[in-house]
Ligand binder design. Structure first.
Ligand code: 0L1
Ligand code: MG
Length: 274
């Protein structure tokens, strides 16, 4: 898969301001209380991707207004395995705040989540800002300070972990927690297309993959994220932490599970769920 990706992020929104705010508050409550909500598009079937991002922006303002700090962004639905798993075939971005971060080797509580899943991702830390609309993989690589291995814990707030693109975007693309670890490396020292990853749950390898699964190259996914940010009137700031998307399908976890993600060249990231 290469650059010719569909992005419908630049279409015009259709929902009235009061509906956008009502939905943002509904998602925020569901995230805080760990309870499910029906698909937003079931209530207003005409809503589109731009409405989803407008709700996500309001959710970000609500979250930051309560004291959380924006640390970066993520892009998801970037590998074929993830797209097929969720039956959604366009990448989506979300914001990351400091309260989502969990230390490596820590115990992550599942009681405040609904149906958590884990994903192995290559994360980028930016030394320079990037602006769309035509950001390229090469620009991403020269703006990158270093890369490091990460596990994203995602958790959809929609019933039965089923959603459409506009609803999942409104739910901050299922962002919940993230863990970094391993070894930070300069991107120039690695071939970021060919890094292998294996994820173990309770000592058993449950999925393997290679980083090219992420849009052919994880930096391509970051470029796509920058271009979606541009369509939302945003840019990627210097110092941002950015996750490029799951290399394999997402794997469900439950209390008692011990997870270790092993990344070629980058080391491992471990955590347990309680
Ligand atoms: O990070 C992700 O890949 C999540 C994006 C889509 C939503 C999901 O799979 O829960
Ligand atoms: Mg992810």
């Amino acid at each position: 898969m290469t650059t010719n990706l569909k992005s419908t992020a630049a279409v015009s929104r259709t929902l009235a301001d009061q509906d956008l705010l009502r939905f943002a508050e509904r998602v925020s409550n569901a995230q805080d209380n760990g309870h499910t909500i029906p698909l937003l598009s079931e209530e207003i079937p005409g809503m589109n991707v731009a409405d989803g991002y407008a709700i996500q922006t309001l959710l970000r303002h609500i979250t930051i207004g309560r004291g959380a700090r924006l640390v970066g962004w993520k892009i998801g639905l970037t590998s074929r395995a993830k797209m097929v798993q969720m039956n959604v075939f366009e990448p989506a971005i979300g914001f990351l705040t400091d309260d989502m971060a969990r230390p490596e080797n820590s115990s992550i509580t599942v009681a405040d989540m609904i149906h958590p899943r884990v994903e192995c991702e290559i994360a980028f830390v930016m030394k320079h800002a990037l602006h769309g609309p035509n950001c390229t993989k090469e620009q991403v690589l020269s703006a990158t300070d270093f890369v490091l291995p990460a596990v994203e814990v995602i958790d959809s707030r929609f019933e039965a972990y089923r959603f459409d693109l506009c609803s999942v975007i409104a739910d901050n693309s299922s962002s919940a927690r993230f863990v970094t670890g391993g070894r930070a490396r300069y991107a120039t020292e690695l071939d970021l297309r060919t890094l292998g990853v294996a994820i173990e749950i309770n000592g058993e390898v449950v999925a393997t993959g290679a980083s090219a699964a992420v849009l052919g190259h994880p930096a391509e996914a970051i470029a796509h994220l920058v271009n979606i940010l541009h369509s939302q009137g945003e840019h990627l700031a210097a110092g941002s932490f950015v996750m490029s998307g799951g290399i394999t399908e997402a794997l469900p976890v439950k209390a008692g599970d011990q997870v270790v993600a092993r990344f070629q060249e980058l080391g491992s990231v471990a955590m347990r769920f309680i």
